[in-house]
Design a binder for this molecule. Sequence first.
Ligand code: BDR
Ligand code: CA
Length: 309
Amino acid sequence: MSIPVILDCDPGHDDALAIMLAVADPAIDLRAVTTVAGNVTLENTTTNALRVLDMVGRPDIPVAAGADRPRARALSTAASMHGEGGLAGPLPVEPSRGPSSLTAVELIGQVLTEASEPVTLVVTGPQTNAAAAIEALPHLRHRIARIVFMGGAVNLGNWTPAAEFNIWVDPEAADVVLRSGLDLTMIGLEVTHQAWLTDKHADAVRGKGDCGLFVAELLDHFVGFHQERFGWEGAPIHDAVTIAHLIDPTLVTTVFANVEIELGSELCVGRTVVDRWRVTERTPNCHVGLGIDRDRFVTLLMDRLVTLT
Ligand code: BDR
Ligand code: CA
């Protein structure tokens, strides 16, 4: 029995690897990909999602474009990390098709309606589309099995000292998701900063067909960026951890805790305030990732990626 999944993303190197893992692993039934502005503009994240699905031979998976900006703020991108187009490294290639005529929220509604069982929504970009879907589709909320998102941190941020990028870009959207009452799992930086790949992994897949070369060239850029910018040996493959967590729930350890989003403070906006030690009376609302078995994650990811040709 595979898990039906909608992947809402902003590719982005690690989003691309999340899509590839979702396609490669038989435990995941990727029903749709929806795109959001985040790492780069919506036009680019949508083109990149289409391109990655072409690369893995799945142009049958529908792709719909969603929000081109956060709910209440101007769009701020991470082009400095992912390149202006969002997938710096491999040479850009035009996708074989355009996106669906449906919006992201419409496609999410269609997939939820047509599925014979509840569907898992995985969010690896700003939560603008997820919040819009929660608000627009209240009659379908029982069709959402759970939401697993990459974003936030118990401790430090990565885009500001206090906030992680996905939450910081659209904190008002994250606030809607965290208050939704849905079954939520947060894969934050405590987890994903342990989930890194290095040059060695790029070289291990470089000779393995078109997909292997594509992954290697993505890693060349992404690992190189993290080496130069932070002095790290490798690059965290943040977004792929959401899919790995679905495939093998024993990889990531979690604690059920209250998580609220800071919206007001200039210094701390976008911070996921996690009541890790239950020092408040606030009701737990989210399974919060605390750590990952890095070796097993890397083995899983690499084993699956090399099956794509
Ligand atoms: C998140 O920010 C983006 O740059 C990555 O794609 C990931 O989703 C990590 O903070
Ligand atoms: Ca992302």
